[in-house]
Design a binder for this molecule. Structure first.
Ligand code: PLP
Length: 400
């Protein structure tokens, strides 16, 4: 039977303490041992599932991690206080001083800045490539390449990564393929396509409420155990752990993720088609005109659609700014960074979430000054939302 993330997630559900239907919140930073010997054994890695200290494992974080691993089809997972917490830990667990990694040049601005400005300070070299050009990836390989890094659907250019092919390349050089699946939970299961490690900003679709930042790393049990090793595990020693209260809240929201993704996708597909009809330059992987539309269809999990992210190109920053202000005033959504919220959010990527990317590089990757990125909401009446958007475009003379 074909893997279905939502079914796998539901099959993994367990009752909480006292048969509570929701995950039990374990509000403790430290845990008592029944004997001095048991404590010593635990520090020697023979804890038999005992909890030691919340920076290592918290029972609430552990429950959420199990649910995420079920959703991703991985052996294990570990949850962090932000998406950047997950990304930086995963990278620093794999790469040491003197290593090299290859990354998609279009990634979330914070990831790009970490790779461009921070990693070189510690002797880790990064080559940025157009991730859709597999020859460019192969040509960037060096004897010390330890990782290929990409986003399933890249932020904000919405390029689709060919995870199967990238995995063949990474396996051929014994490097790890790390995939940020933040834009496309449920829609893609990167590990089933050959990725070694999947990272998430759960701040976005996974939680879907914009009430907290959070992240996750899903991978093999060996990798997760290495990360939390008491002596040299990056997660254990840098300590970006997720709070137990938040972990329980996010877990509750996880069980509606499949429905939310379907509605985000349905609304985004509707708007993308309408934008094309209006003659706008619209970018959405669900459109046949999208360069990797076929690849998306071949590698996606069926039934969840093409995701909630669309961009349109209004050419100038001024156009984008006036349009976004008017849309907010008319109730289309909020002029805010981030994504995956139930209300539509929009921002001008080059001037906000990708402002860490130098203008020259933005131009090289085809990011226009007037790029408006939408995270399409869960609107029940998307036709009405569209008519308001169209009204804004007409009023500003951006369409005829
Ligand atoms: N990955 C992607 C694709 C993102 O869009 C973001 C944030 O916008 C992050 C990672 C970072 O996540 P966080 O803000 O939760 O640290």
């Amino acid at each position: 039977m074909k893997f279905d993330p939502a079914t796998s997630l539901y099959d993994s559900m367990e009752l909480g303490a006292y048969n509570g239907v929701n995950p039990t919140i374990n509000d403790s930073a430290t845990f008592a041992f029944e004997s001095g010997e048991a404590m010593v054994n635990c520090f020697n890695g023979e804890g038999n599932g005992a909890f030691l200290y919340s920076r290592h494992w918290n029972p609430s974080g552990f429950q959420l991690s199990k649910a995420l691993a079920a959703m991703e089809g991985t052996e294990a997972a570990w949850v962090t206080g932000s998406g950047m917490g997950a990304i930086t830990v995963a990278i620093l667990q794999v790469c040491n001083a003197g290593d090299h990694l290859i990354s998609s040049v279009t990634t979330y601005g914070g990831t790009y800045a970490f790779m461009k400005n921070w990693l070189p300070k510690y002797g880790i070299e990064v080559t940025f490539v157009d991730i859709t050009d597999l020859n460019a990836v192969k040509n960037a390989i060096k004897p010390n390449t330890k990782m290929i890094y990409t986003e399933t659907v890249t932020n904000p250019m919405l390029q689709v990564s060919d995870i199967k092919e990238l995995s063949k390349i990474s396996k051929s050089i014994n490097a790890k393929l790390v995939v940020d699946n933040t834009f496309t939970p449920m829609i893609f299961s990167p590990v089933n396509l050959g990725a070694d490690i999947v990272v998430y900003s759960m701040t976005k679709f996974v939680n879907g409420k914009n009430d907290t930042t959070a992240g996750a790393i899903c991978s093999s049990a060996d990798f997760i155990n290495e990360m939390i090793d008491l002596n040299d595990g990056t997660a254990m020693l840098l300590g970006p752990v997720l709070d137990s209260m938040r972990a329980a809240n996010i877990q509750k929201n996880l069980y509606t993720l499949h429905l939310r993704m379907k509605q985000h996708s349905k609304n985004a597909m509707f708007l993308a088609n309408k934008f094309v009809e209006l003659g706008l330059k619209a970018n959405y992987p669900g459109l046949e005109s999208h360069k990797q539309h076929k690849l998306f269809k071949q590698t996606m999990n069926k039934d969840y659609g093409f995701g909630g992210m669309i961009s349109i190109d209004l050419i100038t920053e001024e156009n984008a700014s006036k349009f976004m202000t008017l849309m907010q005033n008319r109730g289309v959504g909020y002029l805010a960074v981030s994504l995956g919220y139930f209300k539509t959010l929009f921002s001008n990527s080059g001037k906000s979430t990708s402002s860490e990317v130098p203008e020259e590089t933005q131009k090289e990757m085809g990011m226009s000054d007037g790029l408006v990125r939408y995270s399409v909401g869960l609107d029940n009446d998307i036709e009405n939302t569209y008519s308001v958007i169209k009204g804004c475009l007409l009023e500003l003379g951006l369409i005829k």
